[in-house]
Structure formats: C-alpha cells, structure tokens
Design a protein around this ligand. Structure first.
Ligand SMILES: Cc1cc2nc3c(=O)[nH]c(=O)nc-3n(C[C@H](O)[C@H](O)[C@H](O)COP(=O)(O)O)c2cc1C
Length: 179
C-alpha cells in the first residue's frame, strides 16, 4: 500500500468548518502522515531537510487546503519554494519525486456556477490549476484530477460529510494502486 503524505494548509484551523471535517475523515488511514503546516511552522521557519526526508519516504503527495485568492495559502507556497529545491525535486540531479502521485484537494467559497464565464469568478476553476499541475509534472509526479468542495461555507452538514468521505475513499483508491 502506498504511503500518503498529507500537507494540510489552513491558516486558521480552529475556525475551519469544511477542511476540519475533511482532515478528520482521514484519521483512520494508517498509511497517512498528517502534516498540519500552520501548526508545525507558526513562525514560518520550515525544516527543509525534514520535509524533504518525508517526501522521500512517501509515495502519494496530497495537498488539502482552502482556496485563497485563486491559489494556496502562503505557508504552503513557502513550503513549495523552500522544499522543492533544484537538484532535489527538479534539475539534472533532482529525481526525488519521480514516479510519485500528486493529488490536490481544495474547498472554495464560490459556488460551482461562479466559476464560469458568466459568473463572478469569470473562469472555470480548472483555469487556476496549471501552477499545481505543472509543478507536479516538472518534478516527475503523476497528476490526478483535483477534488473540490464548492460553496464550502454554505453546504449542508450532510454534503460536507459525504464530500469528506469521498476524499478519504479517493485516497484509499490511489494508495492501493487504482487510478
Ligand atoms: C483570504 C481568503 C481568500 C479567499 N479566496 C477565495 C477564492 O479565491 N475563491 C473562493 O472560491 N473562495 C475564497 N475564499 C473562501 C474560502 O475558500 C472558504 O472560506 C474556505 O474554503 C472554507 O473552508 P474552511 O471552513 O475550512 O475554512 C477565501 C477566503 C479567505 C479568508
């Protein structure tokens, strides 16, 4: 079974509703290492060597975060800038991530129909994914279709729990080798 590394980036985990439920649903997964970045690095001093070691020890790299300004919260971006170094993650000697899987899971405030030419977000949500996808691909990882919970501040508790369960199931599926 593949080992999953969950990089969880919520700047305010105490006030989270959606992401909290999603990460709670992952607790039973024995093959998942949970890394709540904002709790581990409140001062934003990332232990790069430790993070690189963890990346090497896992097979499926999983990002879970609320969508902030069409992108990721800043500590996760700092994690990427610091940890995905030249000759580690990319470059002539940068083979550490080759062959691993990458899965993104986000929650949005905007409803599905806001992510359309006629909606206030103007673009489909997928228009914001290329920086994630190309990072994964440049590092030699296999990209998988992201998981999204739209309108996450408004959805019912049932919808939220169902979504959390579907995230857990997708991770189980990928970690047992299914695509
Ligand atoms: C600083 C900030 C930026 C945000 N930017 C976006 C955005 O670009 N698109 C969007 O759909 N929602 C945006 N939201 C809404 C969050 O994605 C939403 O509150 C979050 O997914 C809810 O998850 P939680 O209950 O775990 O906090 C933003 C919220 C904050 C606080």
């Amino acid at each position: 079974m593949k080992k999953i590394l969950c990089l969880y980036a919520h700047p305010n985990p105490q006030r989270s509703r959606a992401n909290r439920k999603i990460v709670e649903s992952l607790t039973p997964l024995a093959n998942l290492s949970f890394r709540p970045l904002y709790e581990l690095y409140p001062e934003f001093y990332i232990d790069v060597k430790r993070e690189q070691q963890l990346l090497q020890e896992h097979d499926l790299i999983f990002f879970q975060h609320p969508f902030y300004w069409y992108s990721m919260p800043p500590l996760l971006k700092l994690w990427m800038d610091s940890v995905l170094e030249f000759d580690f993650a990319y470059g002539p000697k940068g083979r550490a991530l080759v062959g691993k899987d990458f899965l993104l899971s986000i929650t949005t405030g905007g409803p599905l129909d806001s992510y359309a030419p006629s909606g206030y977000n103007r673009f489909p949500l997928s228009a914001f994914f290329p920086p994630y996808e190309q990072t994964a691909r440049l590092c030699g990882m296999q990209w998988h279709e992201p998981l999204v919970l739209h309108h996450s501040t408004r959805v019912s508790e049932d919808t939220l729990l169902q979504h959390a369960e579907s995230v857990r199931q997708r991770l189980v599926q990928l970690s047992t080798g299914a695509q």
